[in-house]
Design a protein around this ligand. Structure first.
Ligand code: MG
Length: 370
């Protein structure tokens, strides 16, 4: 089998309601710049990354796929995914301009498409190709509900409904606004609404400073918050390491980290307790598995970020011993032929060959902005 063509696309899919806000971002659309890789036997692999739907930067990502990676891949055997990953990642002119950022988001899309293709060629779901456990239970927690632009009433009602319906086993609430007391009042109201048994997480999206994080921790620990996510600026290794020693609330981070070395630094420094790699940011499935192996070695749980809209991470969670929990955000459910589905708090095991990344033709027509 040989790679015959790479066809890029950019989807911009509306988010819930009129838009959502956390402490750092306000968005109306989720972006999925990606690529369909076609082999000479007719099989196609679908891969994509995740963005905030900004067309100018999304174009840079697909330009990198089409202009830099495609010429290196045409005619190659797609089954050697890890070999191709090394070739692309370490190609000197590409490495010179980027070992993170746009080149890595583009690499993620390519790598995911290649793994999708490989699993399809084997006729099995990706988790089976990776020797996953068909009995694995992956619990779901909801993030699409804790937005800072939601009223307290809406926030509480939404969380209560999900828990009463037994849809999710946890909820995550955004914090990091310029009013910490208001943020913590909202967390407390949600804890009251969902009771003591449902997991409750908070996410500051890198907004707090050390003093604010320590002050927040004093109330969060009383509310039995399962983790505080990205409390400090994403790259602040020393700050997170120091905070981890001072706080009682476990620290989760990783959605903004770009590779194994980056994760190793945070893990070695004791700066992270829940590791959150995102397959669409750190170069795809190949590098995600290396991060997951490292976490397993160090006895740290993996809780992937939802940049892939749960499709690929579900396969990886089934296949990896360090991952038992997945974030849920439904924005792209209608775009996939086999969308990730939650029943009574747990994800349904996907059964179609591939990585569940096949995009529906009608979604490709409706949302493609390239
Ligand atoms: Mg987050």
């Amino acid at each position: 089998m040989k790679i015959e063509s790479l066809n890029p696309f950019i989807l911009h899919v509306p988010v819930t309601g009129d838009g959502i806000a956390d402490s750092t971002h306000q968005i109306t659309h989720w972006g999925a710049p990606g690529v369909v890789i076609r082999a000479d036997d007719g099989l196609c692999g679908y891969g994509y990354t995740g963005t905030h739907g900004h067309l100018a930067t999304d174009r840079l990502i697909v330009d990198c796929v089409a202009g830099a990676y495609a010429p290196l891949l045409i005619g190659e055997d797609p089954s050697d995914v890890e070999g191709l990953w090394s070739m692309l990642c370490h190609h000197p002119p590409i490495q010179w301009v980027g070992r993170c950022g746009i080149t890595h988001l583009a690499l993620s899309a390519v790598d995911i498409a290649l793994w999708d293709l490989k699993a399809k060629a084997a006729g099995v779901p990706l988790w089976r190709l990776l020797r996953g456990d068909p009995e694995k239970r992956v619990e779901a927690y909801n993030t699409d509900g804790g937005w800072l632009n939601w009223s307290l009433e809406r926030l509480v009602e939404d969380a209560r409904c999900y828990v009463e319906d037994k849809k999710f086993r946890g909820v995550k609430i955004k914090v990091g606004s310029d009013d910490l007391d208001r943020d913590l009042d909202r967390v407390e109201a949600v804890r009251r609404a969902i009771g003591p048994r449902t997991k409750l997480m908070v996410d500051a999206n890198g907004k707090w400073d050390m003093a604010t994080a320590l002050r927040a921790d004093r109330r969060l620990r009383q509310l039995d918050v399962y983790w505080m996510e990205e409390p400090l600026w994403y790259d602040d290794l020393g700050g997170h390491a120091k905070l981890a020693q001072e706080t009682r609330t476990p620290i989760a981070l990783g959605e903004q980290l770009y590779g194994l070395d980056h994760f190793r630094s945070f893990i070695d420094a004791g700066a992270v307790w829940f590791v959150q790699p995102d397959v669409v940011r750190l170069g795809g499935i190949t590098e995600w598995r290396r991060v997951a192996h490292l976490a397993l070695e160090r006895g740290l749980p993996i809780a992937p970020h939802v940049g892939d809209m749960m499709q690929v991470h579900l396969h990886l969670a089934i296949a990896h011993g360090s991952c038992d929990i997945l974030e849920h955000v439904p924005w792209m459910r209608g775009c996939f032929e086999e969308p990730a589905t939650v029943e009574e708090g747990y994800f349904v095991i996907p059964e179609k060959p591939g990585a569940s990344t096949i995009l529906r033709e009608d979604a490709m027509e409706e949302f493609n902005v390239l």
